[in-house]
Design a binder for this molecule. Sequence first.
Ligand code: MLC
Ligand code: AMP
Length: 505
Amino acid sequence: MANPLYDTLFGAHAGKSDTFLHLPDGKTLSYKDFLGQAAQIAHAITALGVKPGDRVAVQVEKSPEALALYAACVQAGLIFLPLNTAYTADELEYFVENSEAALLVCDPAKEEKLAPIAKRLGARLETLGDDGKGSIIEMAAGHGDTFETAERTEDDLAAFLYTSGTTGRSKGAMLSQGNLLSNARTLKEHWRFTSDDVLLHALPIFHTHGLFVATNITLLAGGAMIFLPKFDLDVMIDKLPQATAMMGVPTFYTRLLGDERFTGDLVSHFRLFVSGSAPLLAETHTQFEARTGHRILERYGMTETNMNTSNPYDGERRAGTVGFPLPGVELKVTDPDTGKELAQGEVGQIEVRGPNVFQGYWRMPEKTKAELRDDGFFITGDLGKIDDDGYVHIVGRNKDLIISGGYNIYPKEIELLLDEQPGVMESAVIGVPHPDFGETVVGVLIPEKDASPDVDAIMEAAKESLARFKHPRKLVIEDELPRNTMGKVQKNILRDRYNDLFTEA
Ligand code: MLC
Ligand code: AMP
């Protein structure tokens, strides 16, 4: 095959007039038209001089054209680098610089702010808006709707996804064509996706869940997606009757359950509900079954590995567990200190190996070595155990990470900013339970001697440089941070102290 990922996910549908996307306004887009537009965009990008292996950084709102841009990058052999639309210009600058992107595609509204950054970093800047218009589309319109697919192998890189690091610096996870393909194949089989499926797609397409799980599986199966720009409860209630499957983060499920229009009748025809990216409370699982008769299928994955485990399609979907390792994936629980495998039932760090596991962090050999063992096992940073029946349980994290509404937030990045603020001597950022987002961010500030930090001004400073979802929802001032005898901040004590901040009635 000339280009395994393109040929399998996209090329296989060439010329098909079947519907690929159902759009919010009721219009549809066929596979044929979608692929034609992708080919035109591939021409436009390569005409700019962007070559196979170059990185294309993309920060655009979700639209059919944004998805066509992904297809175009795969077809032209470019490395697709999607970025959260909430990232500020400061955050974006780092990603473009670190990845040495040849092209940055942004929303027209951000062009003015990003132009000097792109110029300084030697990246071309083009635009694409949520209405599907922009300079990249204007350029594409002048080109033909077929494109000679660039030659690639399964070992070639297809995407970079940036994940934040414990030191505060984001790392570019390099994913090969083979990584993405193997997972799409496994999941399509495991979850029984076919061309009859219509997936209700309300996730963002800049992360693994919405792009490589939801979209790639649908493409592989030749199914259709109801493609919504974001999660909107009214629209979800309206569209659920037309779908056969949905994938979501736990917040999707708690929000649906919080609405009395969400009834069993509305989804009696449904085939599958999948949850992941953050822990699904057993209580949500139970409530969902009581309301609809469906048992949510929970699975566990990561940016670096795609999906690792899944509850069974046919067997018992056990609440509070993430199921079994997927076919082809090896999973073990090890002692965090020695790396030795632990006995079944014991809690330790989860390590995984398989064709799904990424190729390493871009230009960060030490970080890659620290997390990806020579024998191919990746140290996930999640703590878990395997029960007597073989179900994997995630019981905590060995990494200082907050997951809010399915977005990962690394406290260090926020602490670095808080520590710099006037009157602040040091800070600790923790995650506390939140009824909608699962967890949310709280910042604990320790003032310099005789200083009283201006909390409002600090919130303003956070706005300037950090994406909205990372902003502390509360800043509290304390005299000192609790530390153990080694001097390490005991965040568990702080978490206990502020545990009920958002959940108390
Ligand atoms: C939005 N906001 C968030 C937030 N999402 N704040 C914290 N955490 C989040 N996740 C901000 C908004 O900017 C807004 O700011 C305020 O919170 C309220 O927003 P909202 O309208 O209630 O939120 P909404 O836009 O509806 O988004 C919530 C959400 C969304 C849960 C639907 O965040 C979402 O789609 N999350 C999915 C993330 C995802 O796909 N993760 C997969 C990662 S891949 P203001 O200014 O109005 O106060 C991965 C691997 C794997 O983890 O295993 O899958
Ligand atoms: P990300 O780096 O955004 O890909 O997030 C990956 C992290 O999300 C994992 O390391 C887990 O901590 C968490 N995660 C994903 N799926 C689940 C799940 N089903 N249950 C608990 N945590 C999960």
